[in-house]
Ligand binder design. Sequence first.
Ligand SMILES: *[C@@H]1O[C@H](CO)[C@@H](O)[C@H](O)[C@H]1NC(C)=O
Ligand SMILES: *[C@@H]1O[C@H](CO)[C@@H](O)[C@H](O)[C@H]1NC(C)=O
Ligand SMILES: *[C@@H]1O[C@H](CO)[C@@H](O)[C@H](O)[C@H]1NC(C)=O
Ligand SMILES: *[C@@H]1O[C@H](CO)[C@@H](O)[C@H](O)[C@H]1NC(C)=O
Length: 186
Amino acid sequence: MGAKVIVSLLFLFLIFGSNADAANKRIRNRRPCKRLVFFFHDVLYNGNNAKNATSAIIGAPAWANQTILAGQSHFGDLVVFDDPITLDNNLHSKPVGRAQGFYIYDKKDIFTAWLGFSFVFNSTQHTGSLNFAGADPLMNKTRDISVIGGTGDFFMARGVATLMTDSFEGEVYFRLRTDIKLYECW
Ligand SMILES: *[C@@H]1O[C@H](CO)[C@@H](O)[C@H](O)[C@H]1NC(C)=O
Ligand SMILES: *[C@@H]1O[C@H](CO)[C@@H](O)[C@H](O)[C@H]1NC(C)=O
Ligand SMILES: *[C@@H]1O[C@H](CO)[C@@H](O)[C@H](O)[C@H]1NC(C)=O
Ligand SMILES: *[C@@H]1O[C@H](CO)[C@@H](O)[C@H](O)[C@H]1NC(C)=O
């Protein structure tokens, strides 16, 4: 009888002990293996800056046009961009790469967008790319999007990027601070 109890206790200990181990491992793994901060700068076409604009409305709902962002929180606008990425918040700093992709305004009653883009690096610091996707409730001070993969220096990378609007000038310029935390590094 006593032996049975001991065996049962041992068994329970093994079950819960190993669960605790797994939990500890998960928490340990939540520390990023790499952290990088960049800024990228979006200059939207406003009807007379075709030379300098780094983004353009390429799709608009039937009630709007491709020159001016649509009313109702820009709902339905699809914007493509090729934005310089810098290490500090200065638009005129030497870029370390380009942020290339699109955002779609996808809600009528508040400003919110869906982002799909890549950071394409070609500098002495980094070569390769990081790919991002996710919902961007852009009125929130910070919001997280997924880092879904990478190439080159970022081969197979995955993680989360915290976006913060660092500057916003009307509907012509905004700057996003991108705090990248990778949880999978090779
Ligand atoms: C385009 O950028 C250049 C260099 O920053 C600036 O001198 C010029 O005023 C800009 N042009 C427009 C139309 O914004
Ligand atoms: C685009 O829409 C805006 C706002 O409705 C309007 O002021 C502008 O004239 C339109 N531009 C073109 C090229 O249709
Ligand atoms: C990367 O930069 C080098 C040196 O500036 C340039 O020769 C090369 O064409 C660039 N590659 C890409 C893919 O932009
Ligand atoms: C964004 O902000 C709203 C209102 O403050 C909040 O309810 C929501 O949870 C936030 N969303 C995210 C993804 O942080």
